[in-house]
Design a protein around this ligand. Sequence first.
Ligand code: SF4
Length: 449
Amino acid sequence: MRRYFLKTFGCAMNSSDSERIETILESIGMEKTEMVENTDVVLLNTCSIKQHAEDRVHGFVHNAKKMGKIVGLTGCMVKNSSLQSSEIKDPLLKKYKKIDLVFRIEDILKLPELLKSFDPTLTQPELPIDELDYLNITPKRTEKYRAFVPIMTGCDKFCTYCIVPFTRGRERSRPFEDILAECERHVLEGVVEITLVGQNVNAYFVDDSVRVPLQRQTDFATLLEKVAQIPGLQRLKFTSPHPRHMGDDVLEVMAKYKNIARTLHLPVQSGSSRILRTMGREHRIDTFKKITTKARELMPEITITTDIIVGFCGETEEDFQKTIKLFEEEQFLVAYISKYSSRKGTFAESKLKDDVLLPEKKRRYDVLNEKLKETSQNENKRIIGDIEAVLVEEVENGMAKGKTHTGRTCVFSLHSSTFQKIPTSCVGKIIPVKITGSDVWSVMGEEIV
Ligand code: SF4
């Protein structure tokens, strides 16, 4: 048993965790494959934020088992760490007999031992790491030019619709020095863009023992500033922050350092404060607007993106109209819109009535999506004629694609002198681009030499 296939579902945090799984598996001589057909073991790093995400995992498990593979699960769907044979089984193992093993991501170091029960010839890893903290495992980076660095895990917020606090556990910060050391190492190795990640990235504390429930002030601004000061780091991003902890201190640090991306993802979830209260969100629309107003005051070029749930329990047409109004006022560049679906084990599932019918949820989704197309197009149009720094992700036939410093997707033509060299060597470089056009989801331009 020497080959593994690893599929990651969900957010940047899971992508970062998967890079640590790869380090562990390769340290015991296993090799990654890109095709399920060619593998011995299928590992799924799962997301449980939506029922749909879990359904996709179940489909994957079913197909892999039909092909006779050993199947293991980690990530947000897993609550305990155990083997099929252990006394205290993870609920997943009880429910889905087809799964061979599960492990909590924090127990990643137990993975070789778990796999050994299927192949006793597997070696044990010899890793110079602090075994108590899986975040200290050096990630096997899939891209040379950018890195996702986890700074905290877990969530204390208990929004009524969300399962994450039950699967990921309480908020826990990673040591300050470890984060800085990892970021510095990435930059020395040629990384140009770092994204700090965490379930509530700005709920970061240098010392978790001073964490007080419902406290607003955290140490995220201090950490952000220190990372921004790393010589050679060209672009710094973070995801996902909670509006509750988005103080002026964070925005001021963003404004002070030009290498911090001018885009802010701030999940609002609804335009109605009444619904936010039912959702158990700890912000209201006026506080959300105060943050975006301040951000734009300090950084007029900034773009704002968000997450929205339509059709939450008790959402009336009047509440929904408030969400549309918020879109008009905020001119979001991107919004990840989802139709509410109840998640087993949450407060909303047991105590609130899922009373907006599916056709109405779909209608609200479509209406909001149309509104988003308008606001995104407006935001893209806003920078025609400007020069933007674009981090190149793909190059094909003289055209490059990447993200601007303001978070827009940009497609642009490379200058002939660049194209005549080795065009693919542009991937991972930050190139100045004159923006000449725009459409709904992107901007277009040409390289400036
Ligand atoms: S802040 Fe709310 S939505 Fe986000 S992970 Fe925590 S409980 Fe879930």
